[in-house]
Ligand binder design. Structure first.
Ligand code: FES
Length: 154
């Protein structure tokens, strides 16, 4: 159900990177908001989102991760796959939402839309995909455990 195949940042990875001095070498100044978002997420604990049984296929639930002010969206596709993304549109920052009829993540501000399976832009002005949250099922509960690393993050 989860997507452990993608490159991801987990607590184990945090410890490895800290031990290598990567954070100290990279510094904290001069980074953009998404990079800062990603770095903060690396330092936080996994967070329970909901029970898997509370989220039937073709539904979504809002949650916050890694901080209380970081709005995110967990969705379960019609095929039962779990996906989670930041809810902040990469165009001008409006809050995106799941559209169960179109099966897309949509922005109400300027018609932006994202693919539910990948977070890639499928319509409108957003310049980048939605940052993706890595989720995992543990004992029937869905947890946010990190942020996907790589091309989907800015
Ligand atoms: Fe989302 Fe413009 S803010 S499309």
């Amino acid at each position: 159900m989860c997507d452990p195949s993608d490159a991801e940042t987990t607590r184990r990875e945090i410890l490895r990177r800290l031990s290598c001095g990567a954070v100290a070498a990279g510094g904290w100044s001069g980074v953009g908001p998404w990079e800062l978002f990603r770095r903060v997420a690396r330092l936080l604990q996994p967070k329970r989102i909901c029970a898997l049984e509370e989220l039937p296929p073709n539904n979504s639930v809002a949650f916050a991760y890694p901080r209380a002010q970081d709005a995110c969206l967990l969705l379960r596709t019609e095929q039962g796959e779990l996906r989670a993304y930041s809810r902040t549109c990469t165009h001008l920052g409006c809050t995106v939402g799941w559209n169960a009829k179109s099966h897309r993540i949509e922005c109400p501000c300027h018609g932006g839309a994202y693919d539910a399976d990948t977070g890639e832009v499928v319509e409108g002005p957003p310049p980048d995909p939605l940052p993706r949250v890595v989720v995992e099922v543990r004992n029937g509960d869905v947890w946010a455990i990190g942020l996907r690393e790589g091309g989907s993050l800015r």
